[in-house]
Design a protein. Structure first.
Length: 179
Protein backbone atom coordinates (compact mmCIF):
# COMPACT_ATOMS: atom_id res chain seq x y z
CA UNK A 1 0.00 0.00 0.00
CA UNK A 2 3.03 2.27 0.08
CA UNK A 3 2.39 3.03 -3.60
CA UNK A 4 -1.17 4.17 -2.88
CA UNK A 5 0.04 6.31 0.04
CA UNK A 6 2.74 7.85 -2.14
CA UNK A 7 0.16 8.58 -4.83
CA UNK A 8 -2.15 10.15 -2.24
CA UNK A 9 0.65 12.38 -0.89
CA UNK A 10 1.64 13.38 -4.44
CA UNK A 11 -1.99 14.09 -5.30
CA UNK A 12 -2.45 16.29 -2.23
CA UNK A 13 0.82 18.10 -2.88
CA UNK A 14 -0.12 18.79 -6.49
CA UNK A 15 -3.69 19.81 -5.67
CA UNK A 16 -2.76 22.08 -2.75
CA UNK A 17 0.18 23.53 -4.63
CA UNK A 18 -1.95 24.08 -7.71
CA UNK A 19 -4.64 25.76 -5.62
CA UNK A 20 -2.07 28.12 -4.07
CA UNK A 21 -0.59 28.90 -7.47
CA UNK A 22 -4.06 29.24 -8.97
CA UNK A 23 -5.01 31.79 -6.33
CA UNK A 24 -1.90 33.84 -7.02
CA UNK A 25 -2.32 33.55 -10.76
CA UNK A 26 -6.05 34.26 -10.74
CA UNK A 27 -5.35 37.59 -9.06
CA UNK A 28 -3.61 38.61 -12.26
CA UNK A 29 -6.31 37.24 -14.57
CA UNK A 30 -6.14 34.77 -17.38
CA UNK A 31 -7.10 35.63 -20.93
CA UNK A 32 -5.27 38.15 -23.05
CA UNK A 33 -2.20 38.73 -20.89
CA UNK A 34 1.31 38.61 -22.20
CA UNK A 35 4.42 37.38 -20.48
CA UNK A 36 7.96 38.34 -21.37
CA UNK A 37 10.84 36.08 -20.47
CA UNK A 38 13.84 37.68 -18.86
CA UNK A 39 15.94 34.59 -19.53
CA UNK A 40 17.81 35.08 -22.81
CA UNK A 41 18.15 31.31 -23.23
CA UNK A 42 14.49 30.52 -22.53
CA UNK A 43 13.70 30.12 -26.20
CA UNK A 44 16.96 28.62 -27.43
CA UNK A 45 16.32 25.55 -29.56
CA UNK A 46 12.59 26.15 -29.74
CA UNK A 47 10.39 27.38 -32.56
CA UNK A 48 8.32 30.33 -31.25
CA UNK A 49 5.03 31.79 -32.44
CA UNK A 50 3.25 34.71 -30.76
CA UNK A 51 -0.52 34.78 -31.17
CA UNK A 52 -2.72 37.91 -31.35
CA UNK A 53 -4.17 37.14 -27.89
CA UNK A 54 -0.67 37.22 -26.35
CA UNK A 55 -0.19 33.46 -26.04
CA UNK A 56 3.20 32.05 -26.97
CA UNK A 57 3.57 28.72 -28.73
CA UNK A 58 6.82 26.78 -28.84
CA UNK A 59 7.56 23.55 -30.65
CA UNK A 60 9.89 20.98 -29.10
CA UNK A 61 11.04 17.56 -30.26
CA UNK A 62 8.52 15.76 -28.03
CA UNK A 63 6.70 15.65 -24.69
CA UNK A 64 9.93 14.81 -22.87
CA UNK A 65 11.33 18.22 -23.87
CA UNK A 66 9.40 20.94 -22.09
CA UNK A 67 9.17 24.37 -23.72
CA UNK A 68 11.61 27.13 -22.85
CA UNK A 69 8.90 29.33 -21.38
CA UNK A 70 8.82 26.91 -18.42
CA UNK A 71 12.52 27.44 -17.63
CA UNK A 72 11.87 29.89 -14.78
CA UNK A 73 8.32 28.75 -13.99
CA UNK A 74 7.17 27.71 -10.52
CA UNK A 75 7.33 23.94 -9.95
CA UNK A 76 3.54 23.69 -9.73
CA UNK A 77 3.21 25.14 -13.23
CA UNK A 78 5.79 22.70 -14.58
CA UNK A 79 3.89 19.84 -12.89
CA UNK A 80 0.67 20.98 -14.55
CA UNK A 81 2.38 20.87 -17.96
CA UNK A 82 3.81 17.43 -17.22
CA UNK A 83 0.35 16.25 -16.14
CA UNK A 84 -1.15 17.62 -19.35
CA UNK A 85 1.52 15.91 -21.46
CA UNK A 86 0.83 12.59 -19.73
CA UNK A 87 -2.96 12.97 -20.03
CA UNK A 88 -3.44 14.20 -23.59
CA UNK A 89 -5.85 11.34 -24.31
CA UNK A 90 -8.11 12.59 -21.50
CA UNK A 91 -7.71 16.38 -21.72
CA UNK A 92 -8.73 16.41 -25.39
CA UNK A 93 -12.24 15.60 -24.11
CA UNK A 94 -12.27 17.88 -21.07
CA UNK A 95 -13.67 21.41 -21.40
CA UNK A 96 -11.83 24.41 -20.00
CA UNK A 97 -13.84 27.02 -18.12
CA UNK A 98 -11.61 30.09 -18.10
CA UNK A 99 -12.99 31.68 -21.27
CA UNK A 100 -10.13 30.57 -23.51
CA UNK A 101 -12.60 29.20 -26.05
CA UNK A 102 -13.45 32.80 -26.90
CA UNK A 103 -10.15 34.53 -26.14
CA UNK A 104 -7.78 31.93 -27.63
CA UNK A 105 -9.96 29.65 -29.76
CA UNK A 106 -9.26 26.62 -27.57
CA UNK A 107 -11.50 23.57 -27.96
CA UNK A 108 -10.43 21.71 -24.81
CA UNK A 109 -8.30 21.99 -21.69
CA UNK A 110 -5.49 20.22 -23.55
CA UNK A 111 -5.02 23.22 -25.84
CA UNK A 112 -4.23 25.44 -22.83
CA UNK A 113 -0.98 23.46 -22.61
CA UNK A 114 -0.45 21.60 -25.88
CA UNK A 115 -1.75 22.96 -29.15
CA UNK A 116 -0.67 20.02 -31.27
CA UNK A 117 1.27 16.78 -31.24
CA UNK A 118 2.55 16.20 -34.77
CA UNK A 119 2.96 12.81 -36.49
CA UNK A 120 6.75 13.01 -36.01
CA UNK A 121 6.19 13.29 -32.23
CA UNK A 122 7.08 16.97 -31.97
CA UNK A 123 4.85 19.02 -29.69
CA UNK A 124 3.63 22.58 -30.06
CA UNK A 125 3.15 23.88 -26.53
CA UNK A 126 0.94 26.86 -25.57
CA UNK A 127 1.89 29.10 -22.65
CA UNK A 128 -1.73 29.97 -21.80
CA UNK A 129 -1.70 27.47 -18.93
CA UNK A 130 1.26 29.21 -17.27
CA UNK A 131 -0.91 32.08 -16.12
CA UNK A 132 -4.34 30.53 -15.68
CA UNK A 133 -5.26 28.82 -12.43
CA UNK A 134 -8.48 27.38 -13.85
CA UNK A 135 -6.58 25.65 -16.65
CA UNK A 136 -4.03 24.18 -14.23
CA UNK A 137 -6.67 23.00 -11.74
CA UNK A 138 -8.62 21.19 -14.45
CA UNK A 139 -5.53 19.53 -15.95
CA UNK A 140 -4.23 18.33 -12.58
CA UNK A 141 -7.65 17.10 -11.43
CA UNK A 142 -8.09 15.16 -14.69
CA UNK A 143 -4.57 13.67 -14.45
CA UNK A 144 -5.13 12.55 -10.85
CA UNK A 145 -8.49 10.99 -11.72
CA UNK A 146 -6.86 9.21 -14.68
CA UNK A 147 -4.23 7.78 -12.30
CA UNK A 148 -7.08 6.60 -10.06
CA UNK A 149 -8.47 4.62 -13.01
CA UNK A 150 -11.50 6.81 -13.74
CA UNK A 151 -12.93 6.76 -17.25
CA UNK A 152 -12.76 9.83 -19.48
CA UNK A 153 -16.55 10.15 -19.23
CA UNK A 154 -16.39 10.09 -15.41
CA UNK A 155 -13.57 12.64 -15.36
CA UNK A 156 -15.48 14.96 -17.67
CA UNK A 157 -18.64 14.59 -15.60
CA UNK A 158 -16.79 15.45 -12.37
CA UNK A 159 -15.19 18.52 -13.93
CA UNK A 160 -18.45 19.67 -15.52
CA UNK A 161 -20.12 19.38 -12.10
CA UNK A 162 -17.31 21.28 -10.35
CA UNK A 163 -17.40 24.12 -12.88
CA UNK A 164 -21.18 24.19 -13.49
CA UNK A 165 -21.38 27.80 -12.28
CA UNK A 166 -18.95 28.74 -15.07
CA UNK A 167 -20.67 26.76 -17.82
CA UNK A 168 -21.03 29.86 -19.99
CA UNK A 169 -17.22 29.91 -20.35
CA UNK A 170 -16.84 26.24 -21.33
CA UNK A 171 -14.92 25.41 -24.47
CA UNK A 172 -16.81 23.60 -27.24
CA UNK A 173 -15.21 20.25 -26.49
CA UNK A 174 -16.12 16.96 -28.18
CA UNK A 175 -17.77 14.25 -26.10
CA UNK A 176 -15.47 11.28 -25.41
CA UNK A 177 -16.17 8.17 -27.49
CA UNK A 178 -18.09 5.40 -25.77
CA UNK A 179 -15.80 2.93 -24.03
Amino acid sequence: MKTNRTLLVLRRTIIYGTCAAALAISLSGCAGETKNSTNANAHAGHEDAHLPNGDLRQTTAGVETLPGFLTDAHGVIVQAYQAAAASQDVLAYIPCYCGCGDSAGHRSNLECFINETKPDGSVTWDDHGTRCGTCMEIAVQAAVMKQEGKSVADIRSAIETKYSSQAQYATDTPIPPAS
